[in-house]
Design a protein around this ligand. Structure first.
Ligand SMILES: Nc1ncnc2c1ncn2[C@@H]1O[C@H](COP(=O)(O)OP(=O)(O)OP(=O)(O)O)[C@@H](O)[C@H]1O
Length: 261
């Protein structure tokens, strides 16, 4: 009898009882405390929380960029925890896409070469019809032969989005994708991310400080002190902002208490 896999269950990424500790002794920081979260396939999830709450750590652990101290991480059916460095490299190459705040494009390559680079490294050819669809969706058709320095920040980030999407990864992880963009370019990128979820069933996980950016997501997870403390489904920017303020007050009052004793 075939067993039910996580892929069947529609889970693109999972953290189960994850702990992440940095440093030792006095310098020890518990960045994640027993975090369990399932991220549904074909959904756009935002991760928010006060500074230092563990957002980047959670994303890095889910994406196989960092290892966990306890618990398990899965991408689709793959158990990331326990993989060798080689397996991790292959998993990241074949199963996840990344969009960073700083775009991370190679300056000597054209937009088209940047977009197809991950596929070239994997020894694969882009599916022409899919490549065309991605290019047209991000509106880069007339910019393909340009180098990154010949593109605006918004265009560079759209190249990065296309690069993440072209290999159809199980999950795209976006770390503050609009952090370096003006609000108009930011909105274009967020609309594109939203579209790729709605039209192509892409799974996206985005860390952001921006309540407006988070309001594009289907689900917003809130971290505080290394734990998932709340979530909102289909929130407005105002709801996200209210929740963030509430969490920042709680964290602030805890810190004041800790300093007072
Ligand atoms: N490499 C590291 N070594 C030691 N401590 C770390 C390291 N990375 C993160 N931390 C600590 O772990 C905690 C969580 O950090 P993390 O960067 O995940 O938070 P964040 O919510 O993403 O913060 P921000 O919003 O400021 O980017 C913080 O206290 C941070 O100082």
């Amino acid at each position: 009898m075939a067993s039910t896999t996580m892929a069947d269950a529609g889970i693109a990424a999972r953290a189960a009882g994850v702990w992440k500790v940095y440093g030792t002794g006095e310098a020890q920081v518990i960045a994640l405390r027993d975090v369990s979260v399932d991220l549904a396939r074909g959904r756009f999830t935002a991760i928010m929380g006060p500074s230092g709450s563990g957002k980047s750590t959670l994303m890095h652990c889910l994406a196989g960029l960092d290892t966990v101290n306890r618990g398990e991480v899965f991408i689709g059916d793959l158990r990331v925890t326990g993989m060798s460095d080689r397996q991790l490299t292959q998993m990241r190459r074949d199963n996840v896409g990344f969009i960073f705040q700083q775009f991370n494009l190679l300056p000597t390559l054209t937009a088209e070469e940047n977009i197809t680079l991950p596929l070239s490294i994997a020894g694969k050819k882009p599916d022409k019809a899919w490549f065309d669809q991605v290019i047209d969706t991000v509106g880069l058709r007339d910019r393909l032969s340009h180098k990154p320095t010949e593109l605006s920040g918004g265009q560079q980030q759209r190249v990065a989005c296309a690069r993440a999407l072209v290999s159809r990864p199980e999950v795209i992880f976006a770390d503050e994708p609009t952090g370096n963009l003006d609000s108009k370019s930011g909105a274009e990128v967020l609309n594109f991310l939203r579209d790729s979820v709605d039209r192509f069933g892409q799974t996206i996980v985005m860390v952001t400080h921006d309540a407006n950016a988070a309001s594009y997501a289907d689900r917003v997870l809130f971290l505080a002190d290394g734990q998932v403390v709340d979530e909102l489904i289909d929130p407005t920017a105002e709801q996200v902002l209210d929740e963030l303020k509430r969490l920042e007050e709680i964290v602030g009052s805890r810190q004041t208490q800790a300093e007072g004793h």
